[in-house]
Design a protein around this ligand. Structure first.
Ligand SMILES: [Zn+2]
Length: 241
């Protein structure tokens, strides 16, 4: 496959009405790369942090470096952070420690957190309950059940909704999206993964975001323009653009 230039990806997104892009870090190196893109492109912002897969890398020295990088211009969130018990690329203990310490860090810098949770719902909720009181939290690519969704709504947490909602077998997520307030929804890619239908199998890009808005519009029986406006306003509020 031909590698696409960042400028092409961004131009295609703009043509589809996707104005702002947050490029998310999984470790120091990717966070640094994102800061470079944010410095080059006016509509690109960053989130920085150690992904659960990379939690084992987060020693004291790297933690200090992450803390310094959080003040980089256009860094607007800490993430993605959280727990992934599906792959276990880092041990559960390493993941929980990195998750807790990064939540504390986000609180000190008054940053929203972008949370990754795969097959770790119970511990994710436990740690959020213990550490993230009154913080801005988005569960990215939300994969919990209805009771977890309710739990999140009660706490004012946001739901990152991506390509999965367009998949035929994602019935429970579709029902959850139907029921949760539109005011709690943010649209996301999880690029390069989870490309919405009918482009499954291709690398995901911000230009596909309108397909997710369209699916949500169907589920909520609203116009796509309303979904676009409200989720954009949600993102502005959540990230403080
Ligand atoms: Zn993730």
């Amino acid at each position: 496959m031909i590698k696409r230039e960042p400028s092409e990806v961004i131009d295609d997104a703009l043509r589809k009405g996707v104005i702002k892009i947050i490029s998310i870090g999984i470790d120091l190196e990717s966070s640094r790369k994102n800061a470079y893109y944010a410095s080059q492109f006016i509509n690109v912002y960053t989130a920085m942090g150690f992904h659960p897969h990379e939690s084992k890398k987060m020693n004291d020295e790297y933690f200090v470096q992450l803390e310094k990088m959080l003040s980089t211009p256009k860094n607007i969130a800490l993430g993605e952070i959280g727990l992934d018990y599906y792959y276990l690329h880092s041990s559960k203990e390493e993941q929980k420690r990195a998750f807790r310490e990064q939540i504390d860090l986000a609180r000190r810098y008054n940053l929203p957190i972008i949370v990754h949770d795969r097959d770790a719902h119970e511990d994710t909720m436990k740690i959020l309950e213990e550490k993230a009181k009154n913080m801005k939290v988005v569960l990215h690519c939300f994969s919990g059940d209805k009771s977890m969704a309710e739990w999140c709504v009660q706490r004012g947490y946001y739901f990152g909704i991506g390509g999965v909602v367009t998949f035929k077998n994602a019935r429970e997520l579709a029902q959850i999206v139907e029921e949760i307030p539109l005011e709690n929804i943010l649209l996301e890619t999880d690029s390069p993964f989870l490309t919405p239908s009918p482009f499954r199998g291709k690398p995901n890009e911000p230009k596909y975001i309108p397909l997710i808005a369209k699916k949500i519009a169907e589920l909520k029986e609203k116009r796509i323009s309303e979904i676009a406006n409200i989720t954009t306003e949600n993102a502005n509020q959540f990230f403080g653009f």
